[in-house]
Design a protein around this ligand. Structure first.
Ligand code: ADP
Ligand code: MG
Length: 242
């Protein structure tokens, strides 16, 4: 993000995210903490191309996503980015396989005849190969979240964005979901995970903390907290990145 910021028009206007310069590297596991209403979801939605910043830019692999058409942005998101939310957003009376397939419905990169195989593969990967035809009402919370993760993974994104993925799960179930995220990270997936839970925040390589829309970068083993909001370019001419 290069000075990316978002102000909701209101009235009254809400400065949900203040200009931030953050670079997330391929393969990093970044966690995001901060009080409720501090701008965490706003940050994630911009990173995931669901929302465009009202100021500054957001680049994905060097492509300025803010100048793309809505259609191109959607295609880029569909091919590269997976989302997981606190409330699993599954369709209750559709099987696990069907739920994962529904996630591909508007993805132009996936041909119709590929959907079933991709959905099954993703469910096997999250450990639900034996529950392919179960409906969410017959699955536990942890299993539902694994279906949602399978849906996010089915099209092989390189970036997985999770907004409080364990927020609705008990401790033991949450641990299994976190182990799954660890395994994805080991496989090279870039992860950005919003969380309230300290045990989740400590799993990543790096932690961002957001307060009143202002993003701070907390590196493991580094100084306690470094402001991640800069306006000047660095001396070497590179974009000022965290
Ligand atoms: P968090 O995820 O940290 O709880 P959010 O990013 O959802 O915070 O919200 C940041 C701020 O923006 C909050 O003050 C919230 O009320 C406000 N906000 C979020 N969505 C909207 C919206 N659609 N319109 C106006 N204000 C919003
Ligand atoms: Mg939120």
């Amino acid at each position: 993000m290069r000075g990316a910021a978002l102000t909701y028009a209101g009235p009254p206007p809400v400065e949900a995210l203040k200009p931030c310069h953050i670079r997330i590297h391929p393969g990093e596991y970044v966690t995001i903490t901060g009080p409720s209403g501090s701008g965490k979801s706003t940050f994630l939605n911009i990173a995931g191309l669901l929302d465009a910043p009202t100021q500054g830019t957001c680049l994905l692999n060097g492509t300025d996503t803010t100048t793309l058409s809505e259609r191109d942005r959607t295609a880029l998101r569909g091919g590269r980015i997976g989302f997981v939310f606190q409330s699993f957003h599954l369709v209750p009376h559709r099987s696990a396989v069907e739920n994962v397939m529904l996630g591909m419905l508007y993805n132009p990169a996936v041909a119709r005849h590929e959907r079933t195989a991709l959905a099954r593969d993703a469910l096997v990967r999250v450990g639900l190969g034996h529950r392919l035809n179960a409906v969410p009402t017959r699955l536990s919370g942890g299993e539902c979240q694994r279906v949602a993760i399978a849906r996010a993974l089915a099209t092989a994104p390189s970036l997985l964005l999770c907004d409080e993925p364990t927020g609705n799960l008990d401790t033991a179930t949450a641990a299994a979901v976190l182990d799954l995220l660890d395994a994805l990270h080991q496989d090279g997936m870039t992860l950005v995970v919003i969380t309230h839970a300290p045990e989740v925040a400590d799993r990543g390589d790096r932690r961002l903390h957001i307060r009143d829309g202002e993003v701070s970068d907390i590196r493991r083993g580094g100084p306690d907290s470094t402001r991640a909001t800069h306006t000047a370019a660095e001396p070497n001419g590179a974009a000022p990145c965290a």
